[in-house]
Design a protein around this ligand. Structure first.
Ligand SMILES: [Zn+2]
Length: 220
């Protein structure tokens, strides 16, 4: 449950918009509409088959324009607009969003600011990326995983080279150097095994998550 849709729905509601979700019981991913319903009062929770007709009715009623958009949402929208028009949303008043946090954007490496809204919060960088804590962790893990695959490959290359140097030294009768290279290769083996274990555990938990989601969808 990543809650990014929930944050968006709250922004729509706080700006005076109407909110509608599919009934969780018939949704393919019931966690999504359920997350919204847990955090706020939605205007409509309906089966997807009724949405078309309801939308048709709703758009035929003139929208009210007397609801002011909250300042924090307006400010976030100006950042997104600056990104579109100037390629960068940074401005000196990023602090208006909330406090800067000691973590960086997994997509661009830039600084992040925390935007709080009730007990939900999300992070935004000056180039316009946004994350809930859950999407941040997912993005961060993906970057970390990529780095670990690169590290694993490089460690394995070093180990292969050291082993072949040890073989050469042994053939040349230089037992001392052969043993030294062999020891260095063995040391790397420990690190390689550790990284492999982390990557494997992560792949297993991802598989489990996918299976759980599929099972939820089947039983919903
Ligand atoms: Zn970013």
């Amino acid at each position: 449950m990543l809650q990014d849709g929930t944050v968006g729905m709250q922004a729509v509601k706080r700006s005076g918009g109407l909110t509608m979700v599919q009934l969780p019981a018939e949704a393919e991913y019931p966690d999504m509409p359920q997350s919204v319903m847990n955090e706020m009062e939605v205007d409509y929770a309906v089966p997807v088959g009724e949405m078309g007709l309801l939308l048709q009715e709703l758009v035929s009623v003139p929208a009210s324009t007397d609801h002011a958009v909250p300042d924090d949402i307006k400010y976030e929208a100006t950042i997104a607009e600056r990104v579109m028009t100037q390629g960068n949303g940074h401005s000196e008043d990023m602090g208006l969003l909330g406090p800067q946090v000691p973590i960086t954007c997994p997509d661009c490496g830039g600084a992040l600011w925390e935007v709080k809204n009730g007990h939900l919060s999300h992070f935004r960088c000056h180039t316009g990326h946004t994350f809930t804590p859950e999407t941040y962790l997912a993005g961060n893990m993906e970057a970390l995983e990529e780095t670990m695959w690169v590290a694993l490959r490089m460690l394995e290359e070093r180990r292969t080279l050291l082993s072949s140097m040890a073989d050469q030294d042994r053939r040349r009768g230089s037992k001392y150097w052969a043993n030294t290279q062999e020891e260095r290769a063995d040391e790397l083996k420990v690190h390689i095994e550790r990284i492999r274990k982390v990557l494997l555990a992560n792949a297993n938990s991802k598989n489990q998550q996918t299976q759980e989601n599929d099972a939820d969808a089947e039983w919903a």
